[in-house]
Design a protein around this ligand. Structure first.
Ligand code: HEC
Length: 350
């Protein structure tokens, strides 16, 4: 009896399982359908031509429509070879091309004991001033910041002279007009373009982003398992942005034959979408260093990235110093608490 019972109880689930098979297969096929639609539908759609594809779109039910929509971008690409992309949709499709992971570099300011290298910050400032500042603003940086502790630490005299070589808009004066005057150390860096539209008009429609926080605003995911470390205080890697900028500067390549870029775009595998509207800004020897550092693209890129990191995070050194102090204090405090607890509880029976 009990055996029979066992048998039947065993067979019921197995039958149920068998009954489930078609359901699972159907569900899997349902999940896979969009993938097939993406890979296989486009050729017939293009063969039939636009109107037919559109009709199918109209006739289809909403879920089917989704599949169709997923299938449209490749068809669009075929059109794009004929006409360079201009609409937003096409740009979005192009950006689906995966960018390359940035290389990892050694930075003096990495890790718990990190410090900026003053000489590097000074060189980086020179690269910014002589090359990047013709397109990129750095609105949050005031001249006086350059002499503050923790940064390039130029002398106040140097900063005054530097500021005086720039013109800034001021006003209104008594007659209500705005006027240009030499900058003072308390002024912020004047931007190269009056506004975004002026920049776009001058740079084939591209807008160079402000550099104040760019080094911290750009990043990338390091993937499993490294991102787990990035979540831990003390171990986290915080140099994603500068790695990315150096890789970007060094990463310009000739456009591969299967890629069509519109005018004013350059091929760089580190840029999301692999194309960038910035002409390669650096070349060997373009900036003269007085401290004997190599005058190469590699060195320029690292120096200017370090400088951008400082602009984005001027208090990095004090942040790390205070952090270490806090951890040291907490360790001592934990020890003291432990011994206090033992002392208090020694005479209590438990
Ligand atoms: C001729 C003008 C020009 C110069 C000079 C220039 N840039 Fe750019 N830069 C641009 C433009 C335009 C973009 C926007 C590109 C885009 O969105 O496709 C850009 C974008 C960037 C980006 C952002 C990329 C991103 O992830 O969005 C970085 C970083 C950058 N530039 C760094 C630099 C550095 C460093 C220098 C100096 C060594 C420099 N640029 C010099 C025009 C310039």
């Amino acid at each position: 009896m009990s055996e029979a019972h066992q048998k039947s109880s065993r067979s019921v689930p197995s039958m149920k399982r068998r009954a489930l098979i078609p359901v699972v297969v159907a569900a899997t096929m349902g999940l896979l359908t969009p993938v097939w639609a993406q890979e296989e539908t486009p050729p017939p759609a293009t063969d039939q031509g636009e109107p037919a594809a559109k009709e199918a779109d109209k006739a289809a039910e909403p879920p089917a429509k989704e599949g169709d929509n997923a299938a449209t971008p490749p068809a669009k690409e075929a059109e794009k070879v004929v006409a360079p992309p201009s609409t937003e949709k096409e740009t979005a499709h192009e950006s689906a091309r995966h960018e390359q992971k940035p290389k990892r570099f050694d930075w003096s300011f990495a890790g718990a004991f990190g410090h900026y290298d003053r000489a590097q910050l000074r060189r980086g400032f020179k690269v910014y001033k002589e090359v990047c500042s013709s397109c990129h603003s750095i609105k949050m940086l005031a001249f006086r910041n350059l002499s503050q502790p923790g940064g390039p630490e130029f002398s106040e005299k140097e900063v005054e002279a530097l500021a005086a070589s720039y013109k800034v808009k001021d006003g209104p004066n008594e007659s209500g007009e705005y006027y240009d005057r030499p900058a003072r150390p308390s002024d912020r860096f004047p931007p190269p373009f009056a506004n975004e539209q002026a920049a776009r008009a001058a740079l084939a429609g591209n807008y160079p982003p402000d550099m104040s926080v760019l080094a911290k605003a750009r990043g990338y995911s390091r993937g499993f398992p490294l991102f787990l470390f990035d979540a831990l205080p003390g171990f986290s890697y915080q140099e994603h942005g500068v790695d990315y900028i150096v890789s970007l500067m060094e990463g310009y390549e000739d456009t591969p034959p299967d890629v069509k870029l519109p005018d004013g775009q350059f091929y760089d595998p580190y840029m999301p979408g692999r194309r960038i509207g910035m002409p390669p800004p650096l070349s060997d020897g373009v900036v003269t260093y007085d401290d004997g550092a190599p005058q190469t693209i590699d060195q320029y890129a690292k120096d200017v990235s370090a400088f951008m990191m400082w602009v984005a995070e001027p208090h990095l050194e004090s942040r790390k110093r205070v952090g270490l102090g806090v951890i040291a204090f907490l360790l001592v405090f934990v020890g003291l608490l432990y011994y206090t607890k033992r002392k208090i509880w020694t005479d209590v029976p438990h």
